[in-house]
Design a protein around this ligand. Structure first.
Ligand SMILES: Nc1ncnc2c1ncn2[C@@H]1O[C@H](COP(=O)(O)OP(=O)(O)OP(=O)(O)O)[C@@H](O)[C@H]1O
Length: 686
């Protein structure tokens, strides 16, 4: 993909210069700038080859295309590294672990903390969001109202012999993928199977059942018969308190905590729209078949934003800042037809109606910038639009940020325009006022209202003590003119209307209630805001960015390198005394103190290992800079500073070290700038 981009006409000059430079056996750093700051590709071309065939260039650093050609090798290498260097480990491993539960070890934990810190800076701070921290234990009423109790399920099938459970759509997909390997299939059959493959995740229970029968799907590995698919709710249920009367769940997402606090957040934000609330915290999903390491687990950290807007004003004041940013989009229509990913700009996508509105597009652009900054390669990121049958009925438009990994394109961030669904259902259930009030811009107006004339005596006689509920309901229809007039229409035509309140039915007659249209002078109106929700799964992003930044050097295929950007790297600099000599010890303490004071995290390796081995060990956990203290340090108080990806070194005075590293880590200077300021150091140790 990257090479295809390089070879597209507009870059020919750059490529020719680069080829010339390589042929002259000089190193060259190529910076492709697609005008947008989001599309900077930095490639370091080394001098080891003079071939003019681009595909044979030796690129220093991770290479997405190469990784995709060596999926097994990359995945196994990285997963082995993650375990060996304690990025993550199966939780409770000494008790044989539990599928879908992982603990983060020190480097994994540091990467996660850096990701969260940067997320806060990029979203909460830069976009003036209000952060909240709500509980994980959630009473049943909240998740019943949101629809999770009834609908947050996947379809499951059971191996009838081993009694092992599988996700029905995954088993079907796996089977179809195998069928597709048959080279003798007709074109039509291939088309049909590919269609099933794209739709399986959205099939309802009946469609899944039919497909499993049609394609004669059996249990993976055993080949045993499978049960019919049936729904399995993914929430972990619990009891709150000892009474047994108060069921609750561990939250499956953090969003509900924001919705139930909406009125307070609205007040906190000066009763003005738009505003956004954010929350970072753990979510729990009892996945049927957790798999692929961090990609599908049962407990994971989410970072979610709920941006509340006026439904009629979904423009965004900062949209112009991102309108020219390029983006790869896979539209809903393309998924059904060409499957083509288009490269466009956010501005074009909104003006052509591909992305529903500016606010949704603005957040997609901010997500893209966030992901690029933390290390996701532009060519390995796309946005896929949900198809109509994939979206909740209330959602207006949804786009998933999908990241390319050796497991395929993985959804890592959902972006949904959820309309006013959540606030409306919680307001209806709790009776809390979750609307906003807005004054009319051009002064008071006459507004349509429903005038409801209720014969209380008749109601009381008919419904006895329960009469309060329908009376309150009808009184609440004053501003819901359409709904109120529909009731009157039914009363006019059939003489009665059945009101359903919390499952209890009340048959109203035309003698009990008369509704007419009236008008009232008002200086403003109440309405439910719409909400635009970017929802990040941090574990998936961490896995994807580790994988996209993992590579091995040609001279050491056994050891991996993690080329994490400094902002995400678990530690910023390693301190590496050349030997165990007593003479070097004071310098270790001095440098360590200096860097700590400057807020730069360090990792000391004072083992007796050879320096080359020490470098390899720090490369593996992604430390971007290595400081070597040697015997010249004792003489002139200079050290060598090594850059992880190129392995180039400079000689730098200790007094310049902290500031230089700080600037390198903040990205305010580049390694090539630093190399011009300080003399190169030739090391034989790599
Ligand atoms: N089981 C899981 N393990 C790890 N991350 C998850 C899991 N489920 C969801 N996520 C993350 O949370 C984000 C938002 O959750 P959302 O409810 O939109 O996911 P989803 O559509 O249910 O995901 P999927 O279809 O893959 O199950 C996802 O984009 C993903 O990054």
């Amino acid at each position: 993909m990257l090479f295809r981009r390089l070879l597209s006409g507009r870059n020919n000059n750059i490529i020719n210069n680069c080829i010339k430079s390589i042929n002259q056996n000089k190193s060259s750093i190529l910076l492709l700038n697609n005008k947008s700051p989001n599309f900077n590709y930095n490639f370091n071309f080394t001098t080891t080859t003079t071939t003019t065939t681009l595909s044979r260039f030796n690129i220093v650093g991770p290479n997405l295309e190469k990784n995709m050609e060596n999926k097994e090798k990359i995945r196994n290498g990285l997963e082995e590294l993650m375990k060996r260097r304690f990025f993550i480990t199966p939780a409770f491993q000494i008790y044989r672990g539990v599928a879908g539960l992982y603990d983060y070890g020190p480097p994994g934990c540091a990467v996660k903390a850096n990701l969260i810190n940067y997320w806060r800076q990029h979203f909460v701070l830069n976009e003036d969001m209000s952060e909240v921290d709500c509980t994980s234990v959630t009473p049943e009423i909240v998740l019943k109202t949101s629809g999770h109790v009834a609908k947050f399920s996947d379809f499951m099938v059971k191996d009838e012999v081993t009694k092992l459970y599988f996700r029905a759509d995954h088993v079907l997909e796996g089977h179809i993928e195998k069928l597709l390997l048959d080279t003798k299939l007709t074109e039509d059959k291939v088309k049909e199977l590919k269609h099933v493959l794209t739709k399986a995740g959205d099939y309802n229970q009946q469609e899944l059942k039919e497909a499993l029968v049609k394609y004669n799907v059996k249990a993976p590995e055993t080949g045993n018969a499978l049960s019919d698919p049936y729904p399995f709710n993914l929430m972990f249920k619990t009891e709150i308190g000892p009474s047994g009367n108060n069921p609750g769940y561990l939250r499956p997402e953090t969003a509900q905590g924001i919705f139930v606090n909406f009125a307070k957040l609205y007040e906190f934000n000066g009763k003005k729209l738009p505003f956004a609330a954010a929350q970072i915290g753990n979510a729990f999903r009892n996945e049927i078949a957790p798999r692929s390491g961090l990609l599908r687990v049962r407990e994971f950290t989410m970072a979610e934003i709920e941006h509340f807007v006026n439904p009629n004003e979904k423009t965004h004041p900062k949209f112009q800042e991102v309108a020219n940013d390029k983006v790869f989009l896979l539209s809903s229509e393309a998924q059904d037809t060409t499957k083509e990913i288009i490269e466009t700009t956010f501005g074009d996508a909104v003006s052509k109606g591909l992305i529903d509105n500016e606010t949704l597009a603005y957040f997609m652009a901010r997500t893209q910038l966030f992901l690029h900054t933390v290390g996701i390669k532009p060519a390995g990121l796309r946005f896929r639009q949900h198809q109509r049958n994939e979206m909740a009925h209330y959602a207006k438009d949804c786009w998933d940020a999908e990241i390319l990994t050796t497991y395929g394109w993985i959804e890592c961030v959902g972006h949904a325009d959820r309309s006013c669904y959540d606030l409306t259902v919680h307001a209806n259930e709790s009776k809390a006022n979750l609307t906003v009030y807005e004054e009319f811009k051009d002064g008071p107006k006459m507004i349509d209202i429903a005038v409801i004339d209720v014969k209380k005596q008749l109601m009381g006689k008919q419904f006895k003590q329960a009469a309060k509920a329908p009376m309150e309901y009808l009184a609440g229809l004053k501003d819901k003119v359409d709904e109120a007039m529909q009731i009157q229409e039914a009363l006019n035509t059939t003489g009665s209307y059945v009101l359903n309140i919390d499952g209890q039915e009340f048959t109203l007659t035309k003698e009990m209630v008369t509704i007419t249209k009236g008008q009232e002078k008002k200086s403003g109106k109440n309405y439910y805001p719409h909400v635009i929700e970017p929802s990040f799964g941090l574990g998936r992003i961490i896995y994807a960015l580790l994988e996209q930044n993992y590579w091995t050097r040609e001279n050491d295929e056994q050891r991996g390198v993690l080329s994490l950007p400094a902002i995400i790297a678990p530690v910023k600099a390693s301190i590496l005394p050349l030997t165990n000599s007593e003479k070097l010890v004071p310098f270790v303490a001095k440098i360590s103190k200096l860097l700590k004071e400057a807020g730069i995290s360090t990792k000391l390796d004072d083992t007796g290992n050879a320096i080359g081995r020490k470098y390899a060990r720090t490369d593996e956990i992604g430390i971007p800079f290595g400081i070597t203290i040697d015997f010249t340090t004792v003489e002139d108080e200079t050290v060598t500073l090594r850059e992880r990806d190129t392995t180039k070194q400079i000689r730098i005075p200790i007094t310049d070290l902290a500031l230089t590293l700080k600037k390198l880590c903040d990205n305010t200077v580049s390694w090539s700038d630093v190399s011009k300021t300080f003399p190169a150091y030739e090391s034989q140790s790599e």
